[in-house]
Design a protein around this ligand. Structure first.
Ligand code: GLA
Ligand code: CA
Length: 781
């Protein structure tokens, strides 16, 4: 013990020296190096602990980059960690843009100017709640493209992109006078597939692009990092606030006892979806996780230290169930969306101060930018969408948006019925939000989030009726296989009446992209708010500029542009009701605002307010899955198996003695290990005949006896959201047994299941004894 302490102590001394150097050693011209040593990183041969702040250049207006970097430095960080967002730089194949807000080299040099190192994560896939996880939509123009595999077309494009990144950044490696100390290969590939040859090929492309002088690493979850782990890369793990640090690194330490440890994404908070409760994570818990790591010499990157804003159309989505990201990426991070320091910031700063050498003092955080109010803008000119259509493209059968060379925005499919139709309209599938009109009259709206792909026709539609289907694309899915997410209507439109199915053909297709050049060139006329899709344009004067939040509470659903900048999406359902409007994009004198509202506002008015509203959920979605008075009755049911889960973290698999055919799966938890009332499950898979997990695409929670929604979003659907850090948790005052019932969407030969307990410290709520029920029809309540 004494010996260990001594080593630890001298290591700390050396570390102190290294830390002191960290703030001043990266001046241009000096020859430095960064490497992987025995149980530590080495900066110029000296032990170094990475304290990285993840921030994303496109989520911060370029004039504010330096402010945010300084805020990270004043927090006590020594490194900036960033993704490179491929689809931002190559919006059309072969046309690269690394200027202005896309100038990644400048971003890195600004960090260097302030003595900060940089970790680059060039993807090609980045996830990040970003449209398609950073992949360009035009890859989907190839019908059978297999993203994130060795598909030749995909790989060719990745190679071209990676070389461009190399041209921008390779010379900024620390050995060449820059500040880049590490580069990541792919991103959490273990959560996507098992394909070492693919990951190796990406590694080779990263090297070929010129990243030869610094350690390359791959990041994954502790549960799956071995799936694709390459011998010659450094392995790091990602986990969030509340996680059991020791447990997260256990396996890694076993396999590589001498590797330096790093949590390459320590999640400070979480992201928000439209129509779901605002997410937060406790500051004290976050800080104690970081303390835990620093006390063990573990490096970390705090994802996000400052989340910022996902401007324009760049927000992604998760699936299943499809749910698009809000525009705010505040993330409950220590530095707020608008760049303000928060109580979380100062709690963390107090901690990080303790890990500096005595001689080093943290600079004060830079002052926040001034905030202004903008009086209500009410004087609009209006351009109804249907009166302002571009030239159509003709096509016989329905095709997704990509096939018309459109990446984002809204698309209108129009046809004139050549016979009378009645029954149910099937839209296969709506990606993502459709309004159906007959001769201009709204028949209904379909929302992919709720799996709404059919519309019963209240009365027959006559021959000659003009049928309009206006589909708004929300973010492309940024996680798992559903990143192959084509927009518009993906396949076909049919009318089903009894036995008869009629496919509708002969479409005129109108592309309505979200570009300023497109939305500004409309025939704007003075007019009133419409309960129909329309563009609104107004000007407003400012004596002085400043940051503000555009209050969109009275508007329906759409997007906002100010002075040519696409600010982001709004949607009345919330939880986000305001859009962050950086003062650097406003002007003294006249400013212009354009709003596209696909539904129509209750009142056409925009005000600039001083504080964001990010937690006003107005959709009446059931928060929990148990209806009043509902009680699952299992008394007449026979379990297909029963047993006890093992203690500890990690997946546990149970195989039934014989397969059972069924569609409704019930996990009944009878007791737990920690003596509390709580049951918690992070992920659940049901195994099919081949022993592999069945698709969770159409899963629905039918019932959960108890769900914790007071202190977080612990609803039962978290058992199949593909995120290991989110979980179903029962309320602490509700006693065992606890049950969850899942509708698998169709019948399967179920051969078993897999369960991942909540991966947090002490694994609270770990279920001990359980019984499983599988039935063809739903249970009795
Ligand atoms: C993963 C990804 C990140 C981000 C976070 C959640 O760790 O690697 O890009 O999506 O989840 O915010
Ligand atoms: Ca989960």
């Amino acid at each position: 013990m004494k010996k260990l302490f001594d080593i630890g102590f001298s290591l700390l001394l050396v570390m102190g020296v290294a830390l002191g150097m960290a703030s001043c050693s990266s001046d241009k011209g000096e020859k430095n190096f960064f490497s992987v040593g025995k149980n530590t990183f080495l900066l110029n041969g000296q032990p170094f602990v990475i304290k990285a702040a993840e921030i994303h250049y496109p989520r911060i207006p370029e004039p504010y980059w330096e402010h945010r970097i300084l805020s990270c430095k004043a927090l006590g960080m020594n490194t900036i960690c960033l993704y490179v967002f491929w689809n931002l730089h190559e919006q059309q194949p072969g046309k690269f843009d690394f200027t202005g807000n896309n100038d990644i080299a400048r971003f890195c040099r600004l960090a260097q100017k302030h003595g900060m190192y940089v970790i680059v994560r060039p993807g090609p896939y980045v996830c990040a709640e970003w449209e398609m996880g950073g992949l360009p939509w035009w890859l989907l123009k190839k019908q059978d493209v297999q993203l994130r595999t060795q598909d030749p077309y995909y790989m060719e494009r990745v190679g071209i992109f990676m070389d461009e990144v190399g041209r921008q950044l390779a010379d900024l490696q620390i050995t060449r006078g820059g500040n880049i100390i590490m580069v990541q290969v792919e991103n959490e590939y273990g959560s996507y597939g098992i394909d070492k040859p693919y990951v190796s090929a990406i590694r080779d492309m990263v090297r070929k692009a010129g990243f030869t002088d610094v350690p390359l690493f791959q990041c994954d979850w502790s549960s799956n990092f071995t799936n694709n782990a390459l011998d010659d890369l450094l392995w790091t793990v990602n986990f969030g606030t509340g996680a059991n640090v020791e447990e997260q690194f256990r396996k890694l330490k076993e396999l590589r006892p001498e590797t330096p440890l790093m949590c390459s994404e320590f999640w400070s908070g979480w992201f928000d979806h439209w129509g779901r409760k605002h997410e937060t994570r406790d500051a004290a818990t976050m800080v104690s996780g970081i303390k835990d790591m620093l006390d063990r010499n573990i490096s970390f990157s705090l994802y996000m230290t400052h989340g910022g804003t996902t401007f324009g159309w760049w927000g992604g989505a998760n699936n299943p169930a499809y749910s698009a990201m809000c525009s705010s990426y505040d993330y409950d991070a220590p530095i707020s969306e608008a760049g303000w320091t928060t109580p979380k910031y100062f709690q963390l700063r107090d901690l990080l101060k303790q890990y500096l050498p005595d001689s080093v003092a943290l600079p004060e955080p830079p002052a926040p930018f001034p905030v202004i109010e903008i009086p209500a803008i009410t004087d609009w000119q209006v351009a109804p969408l249907f009166d302002n259509l571009p030239e159509p493209k003709l096509c016989d059968d329905i095709r997704p948006m990509e096939m018309f060379n459109q990446g984002w925005g809204t698309i209108l499919y129009r046809t004139v019925l050549d016979e009378e139709v009645s029954g149910v309209l099937h839209l296969d599938e709506v990606h993502d939000w459709a309004q159906v009109f007959a001769d201009g009259k709204l028949l209904g709206r379909l929302d992919r989030r709720h799996g709404e792909f059919t519309l019963p026709l209240k009365s027959p539609l006559k021959k000659g009726t003009q049928l309009d289907i206006l589909v708004e694309a929300m973010g492309r899915v940024n996680f798992d296989k559903s990143i192959h997410d084509r927009k518009g209507i993906t396949d076909k439109v049919e009318v089903v009446s009894g036995e008869k199915t009629l496919e509708l053909n002969g479409w005129s297709v109108y592309n309505l992209p979200p570009f300023y050049e497109f939305v500004s060139r409309k025939d704007y006329q003075p007019g009133k708010a419409l309960q129909a899709p329309a563009y609104y344009r107004a000007t407003f004067r400012l004596d002085k500029t400043g940051d503000t939040f555009l209050d969109m509470q009275t508007w329906g659903k759409g997007m906002v542009w100010v002075n040519g900048h696409a600010m982001g999406r709004f949607w009345e359902i919330g939880p986000q009701q305001t859009l962050f409007m950086p003062g650097c994009w406003l002007k003294e004198g006249e400013n212009e605002i354009i709003v596209l509202d696909l539904k129509g506002p209750s009142e056409a008015k925009v005000e600039g307010v001083r504080k964001p509203i990010l937690d006003m959920l107005r959709e009446k979605a059931p928060e929990t899955h148990r209806k009043d008075g509902q009680n699952l009755n299992l008394s007449a049911e026979t379990p297909v198996c029963g047993g006890s889960f093992k203690q500890g973290n990690g997946w546990q698999e149970v195989v039934f003695d014989t397969p059972v055919r069924g569609r409704y799966f019930c996990l009944s938890a009878l007791s737990n290990y920690d003596g509390t009332n709580i049951a918690a499950v992070a992920e659940l898979d049901v195994l099919g005949l081949d022993g592999k997990p069945v698709s969770r695409e159409h899963w629905k929670i039918c019932y959960a006896d108890s769900e914790e929604t007071r202190s977080g979003n612990r609803t039962a659907d978290k058992v199949f959201d593909l995120q290991e850090s989110t979980f179903w948790q029962t309320v602490d005052n509700t006693a065992y047994p606890h049950q969850v019932v899942i509708d698998l969407g169709k019948e399967y030969q179920v051969t078993g299941f897999r369960m991942l307990p909540r991966a947090e410290a002490g694994a609270p709520g770990l279920i001990k004894d359980y019984k499983i029920y599988v039935k063809a029809s739903d249970f009795k309540y």
